[in-house]
Ligand binder design. Structure first.
Ligand code: HPA
Ligand code: ZN
Length: 336
């Protein structure tokens, strides 16, 4: 498309990117052999990187994907593994015009395997510094808590002194909530969000991905979140949608993710036009790019093909994403 160079050149910010979701099948196999980690022998999908890549084209739900996502993480052991993973992401996303990234990671998925938060954060920080210096890409880091585990597990993970020290130093900017959404209402994690609020941290939660639009209002009211991750089901409830528009809360939409995990049938069904018309703020994000077949520019391109947005609309989307970012005013002004 003649529009492609324009999409490429737009200053892109993403706010919904799980670093563990940038683990490509090639890197997964490299790290498995480097670390002598054995992959499941009873699943043919782990026969080779290309077999795994093909399996990723046939996810049936969020939980079907999550099963592979958590097995994939088992190869991440050393600080350098986390650095390599994040650096691979930064290079690929920067080639598509990424300017600023707000990254999620899942501390409980690593501490549960005996890999401590400091190993993870130090590895990511090394890649983030390099991305800043060599690619001009700024980034922020946010731990997410896993809603398939009991809320008490998340609360003790949140209170981990090592994690708390990273909040205090500003290495970690906020808290998020991810993993299986269905039947895990946001309010169960209220204690974490209350404590995070007292510490002056940013707050966000996955809501309205597979779950109902009521989980979006519940996250806003009970958890006092600053942002909603996904919110694709919000369009089904015009009352809540109008309230989100009125509050100016930003959704971090993930169009390719929603198609691959079958939250929608195709990109056309992501309510991009509905949200533009209703004045709902949103950014466009890759979620788990190595699993969903594309980085941020691929998401921009597919949305453009489906909705034929004007340059004014793209400029508006990018400005909204910059203003909705958690970086300081000075960085926002550089990006605008
Ligand atoms: N939803 C919920 N949990 C996740 C996701 C997602 O899209 N990606 C990684 N963890
Ligand atoms: Zn996500």
């Amino acid at each position: 498309s003649p529009f492609h160079p324009l999409l490429q050149a737009l200053p892109k910010c993403e706010h919904h990117m799980h670093i563990e979701g940038a683990l490509s099948p090639d890197l997964l196999f490299d790290l498995a052999s480097r670390n002598d980690v054995s992959l499941p022998g009873n699943d043919e999908s782990f026969a080779s990187p290309s077999a795994l890549h093909n399996r990723y084209k046939r996810f049936t739900s969020l939980d079907d994907f999550l099963q592979y996502y958590y097995i994939g993480m088992s190869v991440l052991i050393n600080e350098s593994d986390f650095e390599d993973l994040a650096w691979d992401y930064f290079q690929k996303a920067a080639s598509g015009g990424l300017a600023h990234a707000e990254l999620f990671f899942d501390p409980q998925a690593h501490s549960g395997r005996g890999v401590g938060v400091s190993t993870v954060v130090r590895g990511f920080d090394a890649a983030r510094r390099r991305a800043e210096e060599e690619l001009g890409v700024s980034s922020l880091l946010t731990p997410c808590f896993l809603r398939h585990l009991p809320a008490e597990d998340s609360l003790s993970a949140f209170r981990d002194p090592v994690l708390q020290q990273y909040f205090a130093s500003g290495s970690l900017i906020g808290v998020g909530l991810d993993s299986s959404e269905a039947d895990n209402p946001p309010k169960l994690w209220r204690a974490i969000f209350e404590e995070a609020g007292k510490l002056g941290l940013k707050k966000t939660a996955h809501a309205g991905e597979e779950g109902p639009p009521e989980y979006v209002s519940e996250a806003l009211e009970e958890l006092q979140v600053d942002r909603i991750d996904h919110g694709v089901t919000l369009a089904r409830n015009p009352t809540i949608m109008k309230e989100v528009a009125r509050k100016g809360v930003m959704l971090s939409l993930c169009p390719k993710s929603n198609v691959v995990l079958r939250c929608v049938q195709n990109i056309q069904q992501v309510p991009i036009r509905t949200y533009l018309d209703a004045g709902v703020n949103f950014s466009i994000n890759s979620d788990d790019p190595a699993y969903f077949g594309g980085y941020i520019l691929d998401n921009f391109c597919e949305v453009h093909e489906a909705f034929d947005l004007s340059l004014e609309e793209w400029t508006h989307i990018c400005k909204t994403a910059i203003e909705g970012s958690w970086c300081g005013r000075a960085r926002k002004d550089e990006l605008l």
